[in-house]
Design a protein around this ligand. Structure first.
Ligand SMILES: NC(=O)c1ccc[n+]([C@@H]2O[C@H](COP(=O)([O-])OP(=O)(O)OC[C@H]3O[C@@H](n4cnc5c(N)ncnc54)[C@H](O)[C@@H]3O)[C@@H](O)[C@H]2O)c1
Length: 417
């Protein structure tokens, strides 16, 4: 499946190749929080060039090449999947943390407790992607030998999109779950201050012929990255995403959410059952932080700011299940594909919008990225250029970004300054 493009002038801004003043048609009938975030002017760049540019920035702040390449791959994968909130938008924050000495870019994780199907991993305050790759690969090994793998990690950092890690399991024909706790941004039901992270849940399940179920979501109404992208673009957010510094008053100002405000749990207010999102959010905190032995939990996790002066000590949890240990080989994939087809073929409520299953929107974005290049919002591209310029590595940027007209960049995120 794919989404139709609407063409408009591209040459007006002068640099030709990259900038498109195109908007996806779906943006005109905004339906999801992702559509809100993805509106605006875009630049299209080659995936490998973007990865190299991001890796160069990370190397400039002491990250060894192999680890920089992995982190860059995870970030760019998010942009390819149409999740700009967790793509190269994050490079500035990661580099800020590395520059401030808050993360050890050279650290390798180590196993602190082990059994045939379960393990606990000490991330040694290394890069989140490095810890997550180690944790998920270990989990996959255990699932292949015992039927189920359960691995928690502590003393880690931001690991990017949770789905990236579930996908490693999917590639091995396993069901893969990935969870992480994060710094406080969620205001719990009946509270008036932040006391939990955006704590995502990812669950990927393999179907037949490359089809799959790919649920990957924050347990807040939106992740903080979606607020940041709107902030970069100077765009208001819809009511219901977040509250101001009173902790209870809904706001459309991304700045007010980022500075002293917070995010609603998935489901929103109490009358729209936000307490269920709050409960899921706590479940993720328990699996990731309490069970792995993180020193700080929930409201006590340090803020995700470069001036926090201490490691964040995030925890992750990975679960893998091998369906062949429960059903004859291939039966799960076949039954899942049948179920996914049934759901997609449901009569749509709006004849112009077919019913999707989790993962369909991101798969369509990946298809578009493979054809047209990775779509980056202009403000995010300018942010990346400013970052690369600050490390004297702007020559590594794709031409489409290097050649953007000189103009003011979007404001830095309040928690990265
Ligand atoms: N590392 C972190 O600290 C952290 C924290 C929070 C979120 N995140 C990441 O942020 C990303 C975005 O999270 P989000 O909550 O904004 O996700 P989202 O709301 O954009 O999508 C959530 C899920 O809904 C599915 N979906 C979307 N439209 C659908 C439709 N019409 N029908 C059926 N399914 C549909 C998507 O495929 C996805 O699986 C995720 O990748 C998540 O892992 C990371």
């Amino acid at each position: 499946m794919g989404f139709p493009w609407q063409t408009a002038a591209a040459a007006a801004v002068g640099v030709g190749i990259g900038i498109c003043l195109e908007k996806l048609r779906r943006v005109q009938t905004v339906r999801s929080s992702s559509d809100v975030v993805k509106s605006g002017v875009d630049v299209f760049v080659k995936k490998d060039q973007l990865e190299e540019a991001v890796a160069s920035c990370l190397k400039a702040v002491g990250t060894p090449p192999d680890k920089a390449a992995l982190v860059a791959k995870v970030l760019v994968a998010a942009d390819c999947r149409g999740i700009p909130s967790h793509g190269v938008n994050r490079a500035e924050m990661y580099c800020g943390e590395l520059k401030a000495g808050l993360i050890d870019p050279t650290a390798n994780p180590k196993i602190s407790a082990d059994s045939p199907s379960a393990a606990n991993v000490d991330g040694c305050n290394g890069l989140g992607a490095v810890v997550a790759e180690f944790g998920m690969k270990l989990c996959i090994q255990k699932a292949k030998s015992t039927g189920v793998g359960f691995v928690v990690c502590h003393n880690s950092n931001h690991f990017g999109i949770a789905g990236y890690w579930s996908e490693l399991a999917l590639k091995e024909n396993l069901i893969g779950f990935a969870f992480t706790n994060t710094s406080p941004f969620m205001v719990p039901t009946r509270a008036c201050q932040r006391a939990g992270g955006t704590n995502p849940i990812a669950c990927y399940c393999p179907g037949e012929n490359g089809d799959s179920f790919q649920l990957d979501m924050a347990t807040t109404t939106v992740p903080v990255g979606k607020i940041e992208v709107c902030h970069r673009k100077g765009q208001q957010i819809p009511h219901g995403w977040g509250v101001d510094n009173t902790g209870v008053r809904s706001t459309t100002s991304p700045e007010k959410v980022l500075v002293g405000g917070g995010l609603t749990p998935l489901g929103g207010l109490e009358e729209t059952a936000g307490y269920k999102g709050y409960g899921l959010n706590m479940m993720v905190e328990i699996l990731c932080a309490v069970l792995s032995g993180c020193h700080k939990v929930g409201p006590d996790v340090p803020p995700w700011r470069v001036d926090r002066g201490t490691p964040v000590d995030y925890g992750h949890c990975f679960i893998c299940i091998d369906p062949t240990k429960l059903l004859p080989t291939g039966d799960f994939q076949k039954a899942l594909s049948g179920y996914l087809s049934t759901m997609r073929q449901l009569p749509p409520g709006d004849a112009t919008q077919s019913v999707l299953v989790p993962g369909d929107p991101e798969r369509a974005e990946e298809g578009d990225a493979a054809k047209h290049g990775v779509r980056l919002n202009l403000q995010i591209s300018l942010g990346l250029r400013a970052l690369a310029q600050s490390f004297n590595c702007s020559q590594m940027l794709p031409q489409e970004i290097q050649g953007l007209p000189e103009r003011a960049t979007a404001p830095k995120h309040p928690h990265t300054v």
